[in-house]
Design a protein around this ligand. Structure first.
Ligand code: ATP
Ligand code: BTN
Length: 257
């Protein structure tokens, strides 16, 4: 049995100034991103966090499905960022997840470009940012984070990419509450950093396992291979093809293997 969650437990003593100042907890929802989007459409408070024990229609990137069995974390944050920091949200989210897992467990994490968090090469967290941008203005950005905490082998064996959970890596059930509180705290710090003109780029780049590796990029019908050479400060990946050309890949619609 995983630890119980509630808005009160998460909020108790949580010393954040934006992220998590309002928490909506549900036992089951379709998708926390979907609920958070409805909150954003209504203009609810920035930093609102929607969190659920279970999602019946969890969304992954590229219209894939995200499984959220009991004992995992599914949460979404409502943000109204300036457009200049939109690209940094990807970096902020994956870094905050890495920080929280590393603080609560003794595990080491890596980031697979642009924002999968891995442990020992297996995916432990997926991040989906859905934003509404009109006339160069961000109407809202929903930052959705799914972390495999206490999921066992049976649930994760069905997923396409090699996946893991904190439980599978440590052999111990882990407190979701501690990870969530660490995550909200870290996101709050990083959001302040990027909102006030600071950068999280260097740390994100240094944690990427993708650089120097051979990658296969799939973007719609197009597929190409090359060496992931470097990342740009806007988060895009530069891939050197065998013919010597350098191709810029944006985080949005690609899948990387
Ligand atoms: P690529 O390596 O091509 O980028 P990816 O697997 O990283 O692929 P994403 O869209 O980031 O692509 O991830 C969605 C994938 O994650 C789905 O294909 C699904 O198989 C897998 N998945 C779904 N639920 C989970 C989960 N709880 N943990 C890990 N992986 C999951
Ligand atoms: C990925 O494909 O890697 C992204 C997965 C994102 C999953 C999270 S779980 C919380 C939030 N709600 C969703 O429906 N998706 C995101």
């Amino acid at each position: 049995m995983s630890d119980m969650l509630s808005a009160e437990l998460i909020l108790d003593g949580l010393d954040t100034s934006i992220i998590g100042t309002r928490i909506l907890y549900y036992s089951t929802v379709t998708s926390t991103n979907e609920i958070a989007m409805m909150e954003a459409e209504r203009g609810e408070q920035q930093g609102t966090v929607v969190i659920a024990d279970e999602q019946t229609a969890g969304r992954g990137r590229l219209k894939r499905t995200w499984l959220t069995p009991e004992g995992n974390i599914a949460l979404s944050v409502v943000l109204y960022p300036e457009i200049r920091i939109l690209q940094s949200l990807i970096m902020m989210a994956s870094l905050a997840v890495s920080h929280s897992i590393e603080t609560v467990t003794s595990l080491e994490t890596q980031i697979k470009w642009p924002n999968d968090v891995l442990i020992n090469g297996r995916k432990v967290c997926g991040i989906l940012i859905e934003s509404d941008v009109r006339n160069e203005k961000v109407h809202y950005a929903i930052l959705g984070i799914g972390i495999n905490v206490n999921a066992g082998k049976n649930v994760l064996s069905g997923v396409q990419t090699p996946a893991t959970s904190i439980y599978l890596e440590t052999g111990k059930e882990m407190s979701r509450l501690q990870i969530i509180r660490g995550l909200l705290k870290s996101m709050d710090n990083l959001y302040h950093t990027i909102s006030s003109g600071g950068s999280v780029f260097n740390e994100w780049r240094d944690r990427l396992v993708t650089l120097g590796k051979e990658v296969r990029v799939t973007s719609g019908e197009e597929i190409f291979e090359g060496i992931a050479e470097l990342v740009d400060t806007d988060g895009s990946l530069l891939v050197r093809s065998p013919d010597g050309s350098l191709n810029r890949v944006l985080a949005g619609d690609v899948s990387l293997r």
